[in-house]
Design a protein around this ligand. Structure first.
Ligand SMILES: NC(=O)c1ccc[n+]([C@@H]2O[C@H](COP(=O)([O-])OP(=O)(O)OC[C@H]3O[C@@H](n4cnc5c(N)ncnc54)[C@H](O)[C@@H]3O)[C@@H](O)[C@H]2O)c1
Length: 496
């Protein structure tokens, strides 16, 4: 596949081109950079010393060579490339996308440095935009004016119609990983989704939908009542299918409504956050919050299908993406073996959201969670190994108010420190795990110091252990070897 990005200076072609290259594991070529390298001069200097005409001739010859070259690769072109009719002709025969940004936004984004046509005045960009607008709009247009980089890159990748499936091996829950699945949702279903997901992807599914607030707010009884009303108003029957599209809040909520409406209707999930894909949509726990208690009202019931579209993860904000990776890393520690090694070898690519690596990471995380859930569907014991990192993480979350996923990351760091101190975990594993967690967790979170007394008080109350002072906790002996052990919480004083 060859991809050409065109658009005004400042629209982000180079940054987005490089992101696309990392996501698809294909080379990235920036024509302006190539010209600077071959001329050994900045663009501004080429314009000044040799003139714009000279630059345009070299630019066109680069483009021509690239159109003749075999792919795959992604190319970022210079803003003025479309001024030449032969260039436009060549680009029309390729996968070319115009990254459209409104002139006022461009004025804010563009740097004056190395932009000879702006002549040190940002206002000139408006005139250049007006002159080129119609030529750009001859091409497939992606309006990224109000989108951040990750949201923009998601729009580009969805335009490529990548069709890739990955099998999740489980006879217990029906889960498929299918790139582009969001674009193929059957149109005779009722959809529940969050505002953000609707804003980004709502145009893919024009069918009837109930748009719910972003985040935890949705998991409230008032929205459950609204959902029942919505289903009744639309004459939804038990044999219809309710589809939840969104993060863990939407899948928890849709599963709960789907299980209780008319004593249970068909429901499926299209989870769109990493946490939703590897955790919340897997294992059948559905529910809502009540009063101050999280997930206190709920059901255990598997959805008919879970269809995971890894491309949707590209638009996640960094924090949410990291939270999912941390939860998945916990799953790697529990699984050990090939999954742990894969994570160690591919963390850099995972952080760059490489789609092949992400799909494999999702597959293995899901399989690992299903392996555990299958043995303990009703949550009577074994599932508690999934609480690795959560004993300290929950207390940290409650005390600092920092989000769940990041708190679990902090909890994992402190727990592995404890396991090493007590000789449960060998030092070489400890060092390896800490190195990985340092890449996953932002430094400002890692460095937060807690008050031991407050933490231990919280842990004792949370687990309702009263005077006994002992809690059951998952202990990591090595990646792939987690045991549940009774621990005297006074041991935590040295660590927390
Ligand atoms: N049922 C279970 O076993 C289980 C397990 C773990 C977590 N959970 C639940 O999951 C919930 C947390 O889920 P979450 O972390 O996915 O948060 P979330 O569902 O609140 O989503 C976070 C934000 O991301 C937005 N979003 C969703 N998909 C997006 C996308 N593709 N691009 C950009 N933005 C997107 C959402 O609109 C929301 O604003 C909690 O309520 C937790 O209790 C349940």
């Amino acid at each position: 596949m060859k991809i050409f990005l065109i658009g005004m200076m400042g629209s982000g072609k180079s940054t987005l081109g490089e992101m696309v290259s990392n996501i698809l594991s294909i080379p990235f070529i920036d024509i302006d950079n190539e010209i600077e390298k071959s001329e050994n001069m900045k663009i501004k200097d080429i314009f000044e010393k040799k003139g714009e005409k000279y630059f345009r001739v070299i630019e066109s010859s680069y483009l021509e060579k690239l159109t003749q070259k075999n792919g795959p690769f992604v190319v970022s072109t210079g803003g003025g490339i479309i001024l030449n009719s032969k260039n436009r002709y060549l680009l029309h025969n390729e996968n070319t996308f115009y990254l459209k940004v409104s002139p006022n936004e461009l004025k804010k984004r563009v740097h004056l440095e190395n932009r000879p046509l702006l002549k040190n005045n940002r206002d000139n960009i408006i005139e250049i935009y007006q002159q080129r607008k119609e030529l750009y709009e001859e091409f497939e247009t992606i309006d990224i004016t109000n989108l951040n980089e990750w949201e923009s890159v998601a729009k580009i990748i969805y335009k490529l119609n990548i069709e890739k499936d990955l099998e999740v091996s489980s006879s217990f829950q029906n889960v498929r990983i299918q790139s582009n699945a969001l674009k193929h949702i059957p149109d005779n279903n009722i959809i529940f989704l969050s505002e953000k997901v609707n804003q980004l992807y709502g145009s893919f599914f024009p069918q009837k939908k109930l748009i719910l607030p972003n985040g935890e707010k949705t998991k409230d009884i008032s929205y459950v009542l609204k959902a029942y009303e919505y289903l009744l108003e639309n004459n939804v029957s038990r044999s219809d299918t309710l589809i939840g599209i969104g993060g863990g809040t939407i899948t928890d909520f849709s599963g709960f409504v789907g299980t209780t409406y008319k004593r249970g209707m068909n429901f499926s999930f299209y989870p769109t956050t990493l946490l939703g894909q590897i955790d919340a949509s897997i294992g059948g726990k559905n529910g809502i919050d009540f009063k101050r208690y999280k997930n206190v009202v709920g059901t255990i019931n598997l959805p008919n299908k879970v269809i995971i579209d890894p491309i949707s993860l590209l638009s996640l904000e960094d924090k949410l993406f990291l939270e999912g990776l941390i939860e998945g890393f916990k799953m790697c520690l529990i699984a050990g073996g090939d999954f742990y090694n894969f994570f160690k070898d591919n963390l850099e690519l995972l952080l760059k959201r490489n789609l092949d690596k992400l799909s494999w990471f999702i597959k293995r995380s899901v399989e690992e969670k299903l392996r555990i859930v299958e043995k303990d569907f009703n949550d009577t014991g074994l599932r508690s190994s999934l609480n690795l990192g959560h004993t300290f993480g929950h207390a940290f979350e409650a005390i600092t108010g920092i989000s769940h996923g990041l708190s679990v990351g902090w909890g994992l760091i402190k727990e592995v420190e404890y396991f090493k101190e007590k000789n449960y975990l060998q030092k070489n594993y400890y060092l390896e795990i800490i190195e990985l967690l340092e890449k996953l967790l932002p430094e400002n979170i890692r460095k937060i110091q807690t008050n031991s007394k407050e933490m231990i008080h919280y842990i004792a109350n949370d687990k309702k252990i009263g005077e006994r002072k002992k809690i059951k906790m998952p202990i990591l002996n090595s990646p792939g070897n987690v045991i549940i052990k009774e621990i005297d919480i006074s041991e935590f004083f040295e660590i927390l």
